[in-house]
Design a protein around this ligand. Structure first.
Ligand code: AMP
Ligand code: ZN
Length: 440
């Protein structure tokens, strides 16, 4: 596993300030951003006028709560350039969201914004032990999606040798990983699992044949159980990295080797947790919707952007020495939450159950339907090869165990269907884990 001594704090001046210093800096930068938006972006000016807030009212971090929220629909409505705060000539990059329906969400980045983003990912890379001696394979997709270019820029910034594979072509990925002696991997957790399983199937022993030590994995929700599975498969330290196109792509927050939540790059963004129903701020330790304000971006800065991601913030100091707020894992989204027979169900809860059960692999699909006006949930999960070839009747026992555990953890009766190994489609990017036929 990773050589801890090689992990370092990339920018201690910014990552290890006292909480008071961070708050003062955030207040100062917030005031500047609010003025920039007010003067240059009609939508923000109008929203602030409607809320009765003027730029001069926003002086400290505490004043943030008076500002209106921004929603994904605002980006859609103002698509493509309505929210730019800088002249078009200063925009050097467009990145887009991976959403598959409707108009895309795009964000325009100035040279300054690409620089800010690169610095944020560089911090994540350094925290994972990446340095000038590392070889980093980027298996996130390159393109409008921020994963590929984001990881690429950050790894380059710390001086690593970058292997820009993009996603897909799994056998070739593994060949390169082996032949080049890749030390760090960056991709979605679902693709990492797929890569890891293929490595094993090819008879490659990661400890003996590969030089992999760790990696930064994100762009989709995953669980502690999934981390363990990935770490065992590839013999690595698997660290979480979070981001979204609207704010800056991956690197908005990242884990250190303590693996106790993701450090928010607070000199560039302000994180809040709100009650999604009332919009009121919640204290650290309480779960709610994550909201971000960018405070150093100039192309398309965002004020109180509602991510719809649900998590908890933690402001206690971390053993690594960083003092920045840490985000817990994203446990769901306010809008991917399934309501099944009145019960709130998050796919991550089902994943937590499945990764804790022997005999199944963490490849699953949730199929929700409505039969005679009643919601149904079918959980399809792949058996391991051993279980699949079982002839002494363990399969039904396994199925019942999963049904019981889902009932006790999630509070809902699900129909569990054990399916053959490799029968659930694999993902090379973000995994699709839910089919909701009720919406059709
Ligand atoms: P996109 O901008 O299309 O890359 O999507 C951003 C969204 O991906 C976020 O709002 C989250 O819902 C999800 N996401 C990104 N990173 C993570 C992560 N580490 N854990 C859980 N969800 C994530
Ligand atoms: Zn830490």
């Amino acid at each position: 596993m990773s050589n801890r001594s090689s992990a370092r704090i990339y920018n201690p001046n910014m990552e290890c300030m006292s909480r008071d210093e961070i708050h003062a800096l955030q207040g100062e930068r917030l005031a500047k951003t609010v003025r920039l938006e007010y003067e240059n972006v009609p939508m923000y000016r109008k929203r602030m006028q409607e809320a009765g807030v003027k730029p001069e009212d926003i002086r400290t971090l505490e004043d943030l709560q008076y500002l209106p929220f921004t929603e994904k629909t605002d980006l859609r409505d103002e698509f493509p350039f309505g929210l730019l705060a800088a002249p078009r000539s200063e925009i050097v990059r467009i990145q887009g969201s991976s959403g598959t329906t409707g108009k895309p969400i795009v964000s325009g980045y100035t040279e300054n914004d690409v620089e800010v983003w690169t610095e944020m990912v560089a911090r994540a890379m350094a925290a994972a032990g990446v340095d000038e001696n590392s070889i980093v394979q980027v298996a996130y997709g390159y393109g409008l999606f921020t994963g590929g270019l984001g990881a690429h820029q950050g790894a380059s910034r710390v001086g690593a040798m970058v292997v820009p594979m993009s996603s897909g072509n799994t056998q070739r990925q593994i060949m390169m990983m082996k032949e080049l002696g890749v030390t760090h991997l960056c991709c979605t957790p679902s693709y990492c699992t797929y890569l890891g399983e293929t490595v094993r199937e090819m008879g490659i022993d990661p400890e003996r044949d590969l030089k992999l030590q760790g990696g930064c994995f994100g762009a989709e929700p995953w669980t502690e159980g999934m981390r363990q599975h990935m770490e065992e498969l590839l013999h690595i330290d698997a660290l979480n990295i979070y981001g979204l196109t609207e704010i800056a792509g991956p690197g908005v927050s990242f884990e250190c080797l303590e693996k106790q939540g993701m450090h928010v790059n607070e000199d560039h963004v302000i994180a809040e947790i709100i009650d999604p129903a009332t919009g009121k701020q919640l204290p650290c330790g309480q779960a709610g919707e994550l909201v971000f304000t960018t405070i150093t971006k100039t192309g398309m800065p965002m004020i109180r952007y509602r991510t719809h991601d649900i998590c908890v913030l933690d402001d206690r100091p971390c053993a690594c020495g960083r003092t920045t707020l840490r985000m817990g894992r994203i446990t769901g989204r306010t809008d991917d939450m399934l309501v099944i027979r009145g019960v709130n169900v998050f796919p991550s809860q089902i994943e937590t159950v499945l990764v804790g059960v022997n005999g199944v692999a963490p490849h699953y699909m949730l199929v929700v339907d409505r039969v005679n006006s009643t919601d149904t949930l079918e959980v399809q999960v792949e058996m391991t090869e051993d279980m699949f070839s079982d002839t002494v009747g363990h399969i039904e026992t396994l199925r019942k165990t999963i049904v019981d555990q889902i009932k006790s953890v999630v509070g809902i009766s699900a129909n569990v269907r054990l399916v053959a190994p490799k029968s659930i489609p694999r993902s090379e990017g973000k995994a699709k884990r839910v089919i909701d036929n009720r919406k059709l």
